[in-house]
Design a protein around this ligand. Structure first.
Ligand SMILES: Nc1nc2c(c(=O)[nH]1)N[C@H]1C(S)=C(S)[C@@H](COP(=O)(O)O)O[C@H]1N2
Ligand SMILES: [Mo]
Length: 429
């Protein structure tokens, strides 16, 4: 039996293997998939076959022969025991908040949510962004070099999937929602840098009656030939809405939209179109999959507007939330310790986080441990003398506008925007 994933070695060896794959142009996501499906052997095979590999050179991966890895049971289980930062959810990767280094989520730990089976690999040299539609008088196309020459702005922001925490509708409310599974890690926070969308729209001579911008991705295997979700002209012209070229000062990772993605701070993840290839500017509101059947709140509270083809109310903004940086139903040692977490709001900075370790009977203030920055999340911590047994931790964030997490919320069929106060279960030794 191979010892690739024994405790002392796993992190380092997996890291080395990943470094090798990266050199061979294999994405983090493909790497994780291969590990899950076929283990080290599959990863090595893929690297050797990679067309753009460098001299086919395989760095040392430790003394474990690749063939032995086939005996190891499921990949999922191996990753759970390893230091891997993600929970693999089909094609999506959920960030384990407890593994993040702090306020900034590094690119390689950023969550991944794709609507196509795989991330497209776009060569920067082939990249083009077109701007067209009846809302512009000068349809225009840009290369990546064009975009890189334009004025830049940096926006530290959370990007969160609208369905993040979807599983909690079931776990907390007992009502199962349709859609991909997420606990609390369908969210990340980093500094995105790029060209204000308004700058590019002005070059295309956007006219006064234009009302909507429909961005589309180059992931042609996604529904509608490329993921798309409309944004209002008002949000498009907001200086913080950018065509991002960099994440945390580096190239955007392939899985997160290299070489350019839209970043729409405060709006649900799906609006932040990756591998951005087309902006269609229009006077009429576009109706597409992602504002009619997906990304709409469906339930008695959200009747569709008359004369609109949506199944319910299309969603734009995210909602205020918080989460502790602990594995769901994880196990921790008892006694005095510091519990850390994250709190975020789309509209104003979070200026208060409370916590309860007795099921909501008593609440105390957590310490905020990062600066107040609009759109970014805020880290917090508190001391806990954890008694052994099955415990829960509840947290409640409030922002400067007075928005706060509700004690309850109505269910919606597709499980979007979960943000009520919830108990995070934890086993204390
Ligand atoms: N082109 C494209 N953009 C996309 C998607 C996609 O599938 N294709 N997924 C969207 C969804 S649903 C989310 S939550 C975010 C996730 O961004 P991330 O993968 O960088 O975390 O990207 C959005 N942008
Ligand atoms: Mo999403």
């Amino acid at each position: 039996m191979g010892n690739f994933f024994t405790k002392e070695k796993s992190g380092k060896d997996a890291e080395r293997l990943w470094a090798m794959c990266r050199q061979h142009g294999i994405s983090r996501r493909d790497f994780l998939r291969l590990m899950a499906i076929g283990g080290t052997a599959a990863v090595l095979a893929a690297c050797t076959n990679a067309e753009n590999g460098q001299n086919g050179q395989i760095p040392q991966t430790g003394e474990t022969p690749a063939a032995e890895e086939e005996e190891t049971p499921s990949g999922e289980e191996r990753w759970a025991k390893s230091s891997d930062p993600f929970i693999i959810r089909g094609g999506n990767l959920e960030t384990r908040l407890e593994n993040l280094p702090g306020w900034i989520t590094p690119g390689e730990l950023w969550f991944v949510r794709n609507n196509a089976p795989a991330s497209p690999r776009i060569e920067a040299g082939d990249y083009r962004l077109r701007v067209e539609g009846d809302g512009v008088s000068n349809p225009i196309e840009f290369s990546i070099e064009d975009l890189r020459q334009m004025p830049r702005r940096s926006v530290p922001t959370v990007i969160e999937c609208a369905g993040n925490m979807r599983n909690l509708f079931d776990l907390v409310m007992g009502q199962t929602a349709e859609g991909g599974e997420w606990l609390t890690g369908g969210v990340s926070n980093g500094e995105w840098t790029g060209v204000p969308l308004s700058y590019v729209l002005q070059l295309a001579e956007v006219n006064g009656s234009a009302q909507w911008v429909l961005p589309q991705g180059l992931d042609s295997d996604a529904p509608e030939g490329g993921h798309q979700k409309p944004i209002t002209m008002e949000k498009a012209m907001d200086p913080d809405t950018i065509i991002a070229l960099y994440l945390n000062g580096e190239d955007i990772p392939v899985d997160n939209g290299y070489p350019a993605r839209l970043v729409v701070p405060g709006w649900v993840g799906s609006t932040n179109v990756k591998w951005l290839g087309l902006l269609t500017v229009s006077e009429e509101r576009p109706w597409v999959r992602n504002n009619t059947t997906s990304y709409v709140l469906i339930g008695p509270e959200w009747p569709p507007e008359q004369n609109e083809p949506a199944d319910g109310q299309p969603i734009h903004e995210t909602v205020i939330k918080s989460a502790v940086a602990l594995p769901w139903e994880g196990e921790i040692p008892g006694g005095q310790q510091i519990v850390r977490g994250y709190a975020w709001s789309p509209t104003a900075v979070v200026n208060r986080v409370e916590f309860s370790t007795d099921g909501g009977s008593s609440w105390n203030e957590a310490r905020l441990t990062s600066p107040p920055i609009r759109y970014a999340w805020r880290t917090f911590e508190f001391d806990w003398d954890a008694p052994s047994g099955e415990q829960t931790i509840m947290t409640r964030a409030t922002d400067e506008d007075g928005n706060t997490q509700p004690d309850s919320q109505p269910f919606n069929e597709k499980g979007y925007l979960f943000n009520m106060v919830y108990p995070h279960p934890i086993r204390v030794q």
